[in-house]
Design a protein around this ligand. Structure first.
Ligand SMILES: [Zn+2]
Length: 343
């Protein structure tokens, strides 16, 4: 059956402005014979759903398929970077200024919460050494690590303005390139961190292999990714923020990720949920409400205001802590340790 043009910015927009009330496409489960899995090489994959860019609301419609062999979810057709780039422009991601330059102590304290949690997670496995932060943005995590004085730091960031900011503001060297272009010395790093990066890269296998070679024996890879097993994914289905089309190219269920990393020479050490639960739940709620009929929009606005209010913030905190404790939050952070490769 012809589903019309899909994909790039010039893709079909006709269905974008039509409220779709069904959670699941009637095309669900259809075979996409041309889809090619970048993880295991399997040809053909099952359609999961189609959707627009719900975060930045830029034109285009995209598809998520699931590999029948390795069970990875991936975007198909795959867009080249020249087409994807525009979905990263504007205010996407945290190209923010240094926390220590924040005039308000309260803002400083609030903004420091997550970088500190990230540091604590990393330091469960390694407390000093050479660390590379891949996709370092404007350096919020690097700033936190620098303040300990125990780390030799380096960033990798293809966005010129962010890379330049980290160099000037923190004096930390930044490779201004994509990971595929990076030529990292073998066995030179103790820790490589990828905070919300692995789901964005065009070739996760190449990324993992590059990291494996750059890590010292016993070194650690720390990565946070959307948690396919999360409660929010189960509740919101295609409106789940973790899909974030078209920016997220791959979603790895837990067992799929572990099998992949073990195959590539890493041993899982730990996983934990401690990242951005409040904000990500707000996004999922917003994405779902975008599909509500016009008559329900006043209720949607009311719900959004309640969620954003101090009462909503405080009230959502205990259940979110529980969800994090159960490992069901929107984002999971993993620690893997370099082991021997089987090749
Ligand atoms: Zn596969």
């Amino acid at each position: 059956m012809d589903m019309g043009p899909i994909g790039g910015p010039e893709g079909a927009h006709s269905s974008l402005h039509t409220p779709r009330l069904h959670h699941r496409s009637e095309q669900h489960g259809r075979l996409e014979p041309d889809a090619l899995c970048a993880i295991c090489g399997e040809q053909g994959a099952l359609l999961v759903f189609r959707g627009p860019d719900r975060l930045m609301r830029l034109p285009g419609e995209f598809q998520v398929v699931r590999c029948r062999r390795c069970t990875t979810f991936y975007q198909w057709p795959r867009l080249p970077w020249s087409e994807l780039q525009r979905y990263y422009e504007g205010d996407y991601d945290s190209y923010a200024t240094a926390i220590q330059d924040e005039p308000s102590w309260l803002r400083r304290a609030v903004r420091r919460v997550y970088p500190r949690k990230m540091r604590h997670f990393v330091e469960r496995f390694c407390q000093t050494g050479q660390l590379l932060d891949v996709g370092c943005g404007s350096g919020l995590f690097l700033e936190e690590m620098q303040q300990t004085g125990r780390w030799t730091l380096q960033g990798l960031e293809p966005t010129a303005a962010a890379a330049d900011y980290v160099r000037r503001r923190f004096g930390i060297p930044v490779l201004e390139q994509t990971f595929e272009q990076a030529d990292l010395p073998a066995e030179s790093l103790d820790v490589v961190t990828l905070w919300h990066v692995l789901e964005h890269v065009a070739d996760p296998l190449l990324t993992l292999r590059t990291i494996w070679h750059a890590l010292r024996p016993g070194g650690h890879l720390i990565c946070s990714i959307p948690n396919y097993e999360s409660l929010s994914r189960r509740l919101f289905g295609p409106y789940w923020v973790g899909w974030d089309l078209p920016r997220h190219l791959f979603i790895f269920p837990r067992a799929t990720l572990v099998a992949l990393l073990e195959r590539e020479g890493f041993q899982p050490r730990a996983d934990a949920c401690f990242m951005i639960s409040y904000a990500s739940l707000g996004h999922s709620l917003d994405f779902w409400q975008q599909e509500w009929p016009a008559a329900a929009q006043p209720a949607a606005t009311l719900l959004r205001r309640l969620y954003a209010s101090p009462i909503g913030r405080l009230g959502s905190y205990p259940p979110q802590l529980l969800v994090e404790r159960l490992g069901l939050a929107t984002v999971t952070t993993w620690a893997f340790q370099k082991a021997a490769r089987h090749d």
